[in-house]
Design a protein around this ligand. Structure first.
Ligand code: KIV
Length: 285
């Protein structure tokens, strides 16, 4: 299958076909995502929490993001891979934003970069777009500024704040973003944005009125343990599966039932065992 392009995603919007988007942080999970039919993969800075065990996304660095994007790109060569610009990689200036977006393309061959914020980062979106790089805007709940938002809280729940989310959506589109992700806003607000914007509108925790959905893989497979947002559907409980397997392993190591010598061991080449035993001293003597 040829690699998905932004034109394929626009085609899907036009045809009313929903876009499936998932985060991934490593090579094998990216392979599973592509095999499952995912059109898009986000290498999110959520890797800070899901992979590195930080309390939030703020500590994540460009080097970490690029290394994980690179692994994901190899695992999912046909998917549209999005690199998430971490906190501190675009806040200072338009020049800094362009330089770091370029690093994503050169270092990990991503198809787009994602930035958090609307009105206040419109000039960054414009600068990166003018450099020839696809930008995906991210508005609503923006985890990098959760300190200012008072935590990981749903946004746009009052008429006044809903209007602010809409203003952000319009600013992102006007700045040249190719797509927008709306996180954790009520479906009524998302519906208005979807019906108003021309570019594809994606949702994470913003309901069904949009061109496609994003979930965090660690939530979807039941791997992330710290908390579960209201909008998450766990499709399996991999933590249970893995812990059960590990407990069995521990028990079998302790009672010596693993490894079974006839099943999990290499055999010496015919005739070599005798020669070997003759050639070495008996360690017990
Ligand atoms: O980093 C991430 O995975 C994200 C999602 C929360 C949208 O930005």
């Amino acid at each position: 299958m040829p690699r998905k392009t932004i034109f394929d995603l626009y085609q899907m919007k036009k045809a009313g076909e929903k876009i499936a988007w998932l985060t991934s942080y490593d090579f094998p999970t990216a392979q599973f995502a592509q095999e499952a039919g995912m059109e898009m993969i986000l290498v999110g800075d959520s890797l800070g929490m899901c992979v590195y065990g930080y309390n939030g996304t703020v500590p994540v660095t460009m080097d970490q993001c690029i290394a994980h994007c690179d692994a994901v790109r190899r695992g999912a060569p046909d998917c549209f891979v999005v690199g998430d610009m971490p906190f501190g990689s675009y806040q200072s200036s338009d020049e800094q934003a362009v330089d770091n977006a370029v690093r994503f393309l050169k270092g990990a061959d991503v198809d787009a970069v994602k930035l958090e914020g609307g009105v206040r980062i419109a000039s960054r979106i414009r600068a990166i777009t003018d450099a020839g790089i696809n930008v995906i805007g991210h508005i609503g709940l923006t985890p990098q500024s959760s300190g200012q938002l008072g935590g990981h809280k749903a946004q746009g729940r009052t008429a006044e704040t809903a209007k602010l989310v809409v203003d952000d959506a319009l600013a992102v589109q006007a700045a040249g973003a190719k797509m927008i992700l709306v996180e954790a806003v009520p479906p009524e607000v998302q519906k208005y944005i979807w019906e108003t914007l021309e570019i594809p509108v994606m949702s994470i925790g913003a309901g069904p009125h949009c061109d496609g959905q994003l979930l965090i893989v660690s939530d979807l497979i039941g791997q992330f343990q710290a908390f579960t947002p209201k909008f998450v559907k766990k499709y399996c409980n991999i933590a249970e599966v893995i812990t059960k397997a590990m407990k069995e392993y521990v028990a079998e190591v302790k009672d010596c039932s693993f490894p079974d010598e006839n099943k999990y061991c290499y055999k010496m080449i015919e005739g070599e065992q005798e020669k070997f035993l003759k050639s070495v001293k008996n360690p017990r003597k």
